[in-house]
Design a protein around this ligand. Sequence first.
Ligand code: PEP
Length: 251
Amino acid sequence: MRKNIVAGNWKMNTTVQEGISLAQEVNGLLKNMKANCDVVICVPFTHLVPVNGVIDQNIVGLGAENCADKVKGAFTGEVSAQMVASTGANYVILGHSERRQYYGETNETLIEKTRLALENNLTPIFCVGEVLEERENGTYNDVVKSQVEALFSLSAEDFAKVVIAYEPVWAIGTGKTATSDQAQDMHAHIRNVIAEKYGVELAQEISILYGGSCKPSNAKELFAKPDVDGGLIGGAALEAASFIGIVEAFN
Ligand code: PEP
């Protein structure tokens, strides 16, 4: 059975001290409830070690928001997958639309990042999603298919370890959520694309998260869809109560 997951993406927000408080609050709230899904917080690199010190990873998992496409060496400012893993993190977001859009990440660099993440036992949360123009001109299914296909040189064993996050770019941070039907249609499409390459059985095991202005008020309807296995949460993950409100959509 595939896992339901709610993962927070803090982006470039919070000081280390604020991040520690937020992580403590999330951990504390989760400790007092029985979450019916895995919960993960993905935090800035600077926060990984101190946040790991204040959470119980049996309660809330820890992830980074990116990693390098190189193993090690003269790449000033980069942080490798091995470095991320050495902090105690178990997840890494890869290919977020902000990385694709502002930092020129391509299918070529993303497959390298994914391979390195997997080699270092990190679970990649691999983001795909179309921009508004592609939604409006009807090419969104092809766009997302080619983003998923970027990982198709992975072995079946490796692909099975990847979590996919469908994040329509027009819904990220805009307050404009995809309807639950739009999300379901795309998640089913992604699962079909995976099934064509790796078989139906493996495709059924892949967790596919929805991201884009997900909040406590719309999470239940989105997560009720059969192919929506949770969410990747930006803005609403910066406030413990709203993040937990989304986790509660599975209860
Ligand atoms: C994100 O950036 O991953 C995201 C889903 O952001 P938001 O929830 O703020 O739309």
